[in-house]
Design a protein around this ligand. Sequence first.
Ligand SMILES: [Zn+2]
Length: 297
Amino acid sequence: MTDRILKEPEYMTCLDCDSSWKVSTNTYYEHNNPFVGTKYYPLCKKCIKKYLNGDEHTKEKRVQTILQQLNRPWIHDQWEKNNCDWGRYMRHVSSLNNGHMTFIDSEFETLKQVDMPSDKSSTNDELVDKWGLGHQPDEYIAFEKKFDFLKRDYALRNSMHEEALKKYCRYAAKEEFAVVNNDFKGIEMWSKLANKAAEDAKINPKQFTKADLTDGIDSFGEMSRAVEKAVDVVEILPRFIQRANDKVDFTIWCYVNYERDLHGLPLVDYKEIYKFIEEREKAYDEEVGLIESSDTA
Ligand SMILES: [Zn+2]
């Protein structure tokens, strides 16, 4: 194989488009594939570009497929550092270790490195425990989002309910991925499974009772659940932030809306005014606090 450079043809036919291109760095990539006797890999840059274009969701997989052919390494961090740009990435990895790095030297993204939404405290191990092994990082995130969204309105009475909801989330998320990828067979399969799981979990809209849909509360248990779900319920009630409480509040509200009306602005609810006063109050407190602390210093 050492003499392969001597055999370098001037023109080479691309394996994919069958065109005969003049061999150069403009048309073909150099490679480390020991089973291909030419210095350049016989797949033209145009065909590679065409193959890599398309759905962003699955692009990394396609990039890896090409890198495997060229026997160049897949280094996840470098891929991101090069803005997921194929040309830039190739220039970078071709220069590593004098171009001797191969696909075996690849550094794949581990699940540990996946950036989870910042408001999530759950670790990746917890995600695997919760959703099972073998899903894609994107899928874990999609499962969690769907689960968090649905559980707000779905009473998790016991672990059976939780399992049923999880099952639905898995299938429904997979269906969405299939839609994105135009995978019609997948869409049909996942949608069928998701529908069945929704039926079992009783989250099918047609299975909702009147109370489910009207937010009706007809037992003490439901009442306490509703209170627990509400944020700041204890703080909000005594302050009556939604409406004016006395003549002063009411006068301020009327005056603000009078001014707004004169300026052709839409009228505001009292809670907007409450919010504004609170923000100003906070700013004032901070300012005064700064003055006071500089006095004592
Ligand atoms: Zn080609």
